[in-house]
Write a protein that binds this ligand. Structure first.
Ligand code: FES
Length: 333
């Protein structure tokens, strides 16, 4: 197959190349499609094929069952069209702003150890990237056909230098063998982005609670920076849950934000170590601090168990479900 096909949703039509995922074609064309993991694991991008047919390629059965395939459903991040195809979104929620997906090239301009097994990576882009606070890009791992997803930690207003927080995975292709190995300042990096629907709701300027686990802090730092930039006295409670004090980072920066912004509160919390600060699970610390968070928005990013516990905690404290935004770390497949 070498020819391209048209793929349409509503009034939008894009060209989709051979072996190109439908999601990739739509996002590159600036057409919004719900998406989160882009790995076939979360199901966010599920759509219905109205006419035409698709090749499901590497769609896992656990996300798209045989019965769903028979009923005409497909995963946009995996499926490629077999001919001209019309699809329908299952989720009609409009995205705030759509930033077209594109290939990106940058140069490593900083690598810094910031906590135990954790590095800050700075990449200066050849041309600035428009994105929403909370989104991520996929870094191409050199010498492989694999990509790894990292959220931007910088505010979208700094569109030329992307900041990533990276946790080492023992034996990891991208971490042990690249970012914690030979990667050096001056190296060129290929990426694709921006991706993901987890982002700051810029129509809202109410109080917010941000709850992050480990390097799940990265998109929350971007969200907090943008929210405070737009509304310097906004109420923003940032909780960061890690195991031990050695895992905390950017503590001085967040304390500086507390001095500069009367509504900003930084709450680090250790699950496996006692210290003068908060101890226990970060979600429990939040529950202890609030009787009610009616009227608040909540943003969660971290391991799936933490995110699930956080959603429950928010609901227990009366946060409206539609005001809860979440991003789970999904394992690479
Ligand atoms: Fe397609 Fe997660 S399954 S975005």
């Amino acid at each position: 197959r070498t020819e391209t096909h048209t793929v349409s949703v509503g009034t939008d039509t894009v060209q989709c190349g051979p072996d190109q995922a439908i999601l990739d074609a739509f996002l590159r064309g600036g057409v919004w499609m719900p998406n989160s993991c882009n790995q076939g694991t979360c199901g966010t991008c599920k759509l219905r094929v109205v006419s035409g047919s698709v090749d499901h390629r590497r769609s896992p059965d656990s996300t798209l069952s045989a019965a769903e395939r028979d009923a005409g459903f497909a995963l946009a991040c995996q499926a490629a069209p077999c001919g001209d195809t019309v699809v329908e979104r299952l989720d009609s929620a409009p995205a705030a702003t759509v930033h077209a997906l594109r290939d990106l090239v940058g140069t490593v301009s900083g690598i810094e150890n910031i906590a135990r097994d954790t590095r800050r990576l700075l990449v200066t882009l050849d041309s600035p990237l428009e994105f929403s606070a909370g989104q991520y890009v996929e870094l191409r791992v050199p010498g492989s056909d694999q990509g790894r997803q990292y959220s931007m930690a910088n505010s979208p207003s700094e569109s030329k230098v992307l900041e990533f927080h990276i946790r080492r995975q023992p034996g990891g292709l991208a971490t042990d063998n690249w970012i914690f190995g030979p990667l050096s300042v001056g190296d060129r990096v290929d990426m694709v982005g921006p991706l993901g629907d987890f982002c700051l709701d810029t129509d809202d300027d109410g109080p917010m609670i941000l709850l992050g686990g480990g390097t799940g802090l990265a998109p929350l730092k971007s969200i907090a920076a943008q929210a405070l930039r737009a509304t310097p006295d906004r109420t923003v409670h940032l909780y960061h849950g890690v195991r031990e004090e050695a895992d905390l980072y950017d503590v001085d920066l967040f304390q500086e934000w507390e001095r500069a912004h009367p509504g900003f509160r930084y709450r680090p919390c250790l699950s496996d170590q006692t210290w003068p600060g908060r101890t226990g699970y970060v979600t429990d610390a939040f529950v202890d601090d609030f009787d009610s968070c009616r009227g608040y928005s909540g943003y969660l990013c971290g391991p799936p168990a933490m995110v699930d516990a956080g959603v429950k905690a928010f609901k227990r404290r009366r946060m409206a479900p539609r005001r809860i935004f979440r991003e789970k770390f999904t394992p690479a497949v």
